[in-house]
Design a protein around this ligand. Structure first.
Ligand SMILES: Cc1ncc(C[n+]2csc(CCOP(=O)(O)OP(=O)(O)O)c2C)c(N)n1
Ligand SMILES: [Mg+2]
Length: 291
């Protein structure tokens, strides 16, 4: 079978978006329609007149990504052609947590049968690494730069999965491109569950985070192994599964691999910030019962 996302696209070496899209399509199979707004994934896979997509792909605006997906579902149903076709809206963290939030909220409220996959590389990468609602505490970005008077981004990540749970979604899950089997299983489940489902995939970006292009998966795994990115499933609002981490690694192991956190190891007071980040990981262990 030909790959559903063709090789030869223009992603960076080690690109997380390509990996996330590939796993999503492996899970959804051929009979799917993908809607995606502007962002690295769309730009690198669809330079006119080329396309890497071997499934139907529609480029939406940021603002109407989930609205387009829900329109496709409604149209197929009206034509009596809905069948088994999986409708997938796939957007970056900026598209999902910030600019496209209203249309996602509306589509989930209306209860359309589709799956939203957020490819979370924790900043607006395509336009040059600007901070988004998903940028973690103390990360340096071009709009939250670390410097003499700043340790970088001052706010913690917005809890998007919790917002989707609050919409009454039957299935909300977090995953990571560092765990292919986990991600493929969860996307499969999400597309099979009836109603609006949400998959939030943590996706380390070599260019924006500043690590070697060969380390994408290693960095992704460290986010999970330090408990900074817990892998869990919520069904009908209840926590049904969380990946246990027997011996969590210290958050330094994750932070020190990335240029965006480099200042924490060189600036006076950086150790206090690292303690705050460790506290976020410890809170996840408690909240999701990771041990
Ligand atoms: C309404 C609107 N605002 C801003 C832009 C400019 N823009 C294009 S790509 C992009 C970054 C997208 O970031 P994200 O959704 O996180 O995807 P990534 O590129 O990081 O994968 C932005 C801000 C736009 N195209 N439309
Ligand atoms: Mg992004």
């Amino acid at each position: 079978m030909k790959p559903l996302l063709q090789a030869g696209h223009r992603g960076c070496a080690g690109c997380c978006d390509a990996i996330a899209a590939k796993f999503t399509l492996m899970a959804a199979g051929e009979d799917c329609i993908v809607v995606s707004p502007t962002g690295c994934l769309e730009v690198m896979t669809t330079p006119y007149p080329e396309s890497s997509w071997n499934v139907p792909f529609i480029h939406s605006l940021f603002e109407n990504n989930a609205a387009v997906a829900s329109g496709i579902e409604a149209a197929l149903k009206a034509k009596g052609e809905f069948g088994n076709t999986k409708i997938i809206a796939m957007g970056g963290d900026g598209a999902t947590l910030d600019i496209g939030m209203r249309s996602i909220s509306g589509a989930f409220e209306r209860g359309h049968d589709f799956t939203y996959v957020c490819i979370d590389n924790e900043a607006y990468m395509n336009t040059g690494v600007q901070r988004s609602g998903a940028t973690p505490f103390a990360a340096s970005t071009t709009t939250s730069p670390a410097g003499k008077v700043s340790f970088g981004n001052i706010r913690p990540k917005k809890n998007m999965p919790a917002i989707m749970v609050a919409h009454g979604s039957p299935y909300v899950t977090t995953t990571s491109i560092g765990y292919p089997k986990d991600m493929i299983r969860k996307v499969k489940k999400a597309v099979d569950v009836e109603g609006p489902t949400y998959v939030h995939a943590h996706s380390p970006c070599t260019t924006g985070w500043g690590f070697d292009t060969s380390k994408t998966i290693e960095v992704a795994k460290l986010a999970v192994e330090t408990c900074l990115w817990p892998l869990y499933e919520m069904e009908d609002g209840e926590l049904t599964k969380a990946k246990k981490i027997k011996n969590p690694k210290p958050v330094e192991d994750y932070l020190k691999m990335q240029r965006r956190f480099k200042h924490l190891f060189t600036m006076e007071g950086g150790d206090e910030m690292i303690k705050k980040i460790q506290a976020l990981a410890d809170a996840n262990i408690e909240k999701f019962g990771l041990q």
